[in-house]
Write a protein that binds this ligand. Structure first.
Ligand SMILES: Cc1cn([C@H]2C[C@H](O)[C@@H](COP(=O)(O)OP(=O)(O)O[C@H]3O[C@@H](C)C(=O)[C@@H](O)[C@H]3O)O2)c(=O)[nH]c1=O
Length: 183
């Protein structure tokens, strides 16, 4: 299992080893001991799965507010996504900055996102399946988010605003400037 830090401290790429043979390959998707050795000690309490039928589907940018904030460990079991994590930790030197990372079923990479980040992704292939572990249960009253296309964030999404497929709920999310100070 290879651990690589991304440009924002706290964001990590986990690349499980694949053991190839004539049948295909074997890999450990999750190994708490290996993650602990890398300083990741979260107890994950819920596994989530989403299927997005079309390329250019954007989900996000989402987070839960304390005390329900969630650490996430995100992977793709089919297809490919551009995964985006935005630093919303007010005292962070990288506050408001984001990192975009392409992960896929093929590359097997996982993104570890601590609490205090907003998370979203855009599908790059049809029928893309995203699977992720979270460290805190779903708490509808604690759900929050930022508009995916907020110009202040400057995220280079691989799809235009006209072509993006977004839920009604996500289309109504606020701009960061309208919630700054409350998260
Ligand atoms: C997130 C979530 C949703 N739901 C329900 C609520 C709703 O009726 C339905 C669909 O929810 P959403 O539209 O919020 O699903 P989605 O837009 O896929 O939400 C997810 O987006 C990605 C980017 C994340 O990072 C996740 O944490 C989560 O917020 O599923 C649960 O029952 N449990 C959950 O943990």
């Amino acid at each position: 299992m290879r651990i690589t830090e991304l440009d924002i401290p706290g964001l990590i790429v986990v690349t499980p080893k694949r053991f190839q043979d004539t049948r295909g390959f074997f890999t450990e998707l999750y190994n708490s001991k290996a993650l602990e050795e890398a300083g990741i000690r979260d107890v994950f309490v819920q596994d989530n799965f989403s299927l997005s039928s079309k390329t250019g589907t954007i989900r996000g940018l989402h987070f839960q507010v304390p005390p329900h904030s969630q650490t996430k460990l995100v992977r793709v079991s089919r297809g490919r996504i551009l995964d985006v994590a935005v630093d919303l930790r007010p005292s962070s030197p990288t506050y408001r900055r984001h990192v975009s990372t392409e992960i896929s079923a093929e590359n097997g990479q996982q993104i570890y996102i601590p609490g205090g980040f907003a998370h979203g992704f855009c599908t790059l292939e049809p029928d893309t399946e995203v699977v992720y572990k979270v460290s805190s249960h779903y708490a509808p009253g604690a759900e929050a988010g930022v508009l995916w296309s907020d110009p202040e964030l400057g995220i280079a999404w691989p799809v235009s605003a006209q072509d993006a497929i977004v839920s009604d709920k996500d289309a109504k999310l606020p701009l960061l400037r309208d919630i700054a100070g409350t998260v």
